[in-house]
Design a binder for this molecule. Sequence first.
Ligand code: B1M
Length: 213
Amino acid sequence: MTEFLTHCRDAVLKGDRERAVELAASTIDNGYDVLDVIENGFSRGIREAGELWEKGEYFLPELAFSAESMKAAMDTLHPALLAGGKDERSRGLIIIGTVQGDIHDIGKTLVATMLAANGYRVIDLGADVTYQRFLSEVKTQKPSLVCMSALLTTTMTGQKEVIDLLRHEGLRDTVKVLVGGAPTTESWANDIGADGYAENAVEAVHKADALLS
Ligand code: B1M
């Protein structure tokens, strides 16, 4: 298994989309733990690609190829993640998106998939979602939980903007707010008045369960 995880990491690191999809398909065929393969295989590859880019050893196109390979693997694994869900009933409506100015959507999509796999009805607004869009979706969809992802230190403040907008519109008490994404922390979540913070997709499900129980 360790060798298999290394192949998954390598495929993403090298930006080999075809190989990444092939490995994702064998993950399902062999009945491997899908989350383990994502977290300790494919995700390792994309994080290492990011580190190489930071060091100037990768340029943006190489990082983009790695991201495309990662996304293709995730698309292949998506049905298996959903099928692994335990609960068929809808446990509440959640809207999720990556905040304005931020196009990173791999982690957000994984969180959305895990929430859906665990019985929540999830509306995924995508990436680069404006503050106003979050607000209008809360008004019209009336979700129980809003989830906001941010991967950039420059965009994480958008999570606060949305919370402030909800408060300004008198809607803050009608909906819980969960935040996450690499630069965010528990104390950031507290500072901006969110109801919770999750470090990863599995924790996001636990936090949603706790907030909506
Ligand atoms: Co960008 N990028 N990127 N990037 N990128 C980072 C985030 C960066 C840390 C890279 C680096 O410097 N090492 C850096 C940010 C620095 C900072 O702000 N501190 C960075 C930068 C600077 C940029 C650009 C500005 C580069 C440029 O153009 N000069 C640009 C941003 C453009 C924009 O958004 N406006 C940019 C672009 C890109 C690509 C397009 C090439 C690509 C994104 C493709 C895509 O998503 N469609 C990309 C990638 C792939 C990365 C890295 C390498 C990997 C991100 C990823 O997908 N990780 C990233 C470095 C890194 O994170 N180490 C980097 C895998 C994913 C499964 O993990 O997203 O962390 P993650 O999600 C996790 C948790 O964070 C958590 O659960 C997920 C699953 O466990 N989580 C939540 C996430 N959202 C959550 C929400 C929750 C709860 C948990 O509840 C609501």
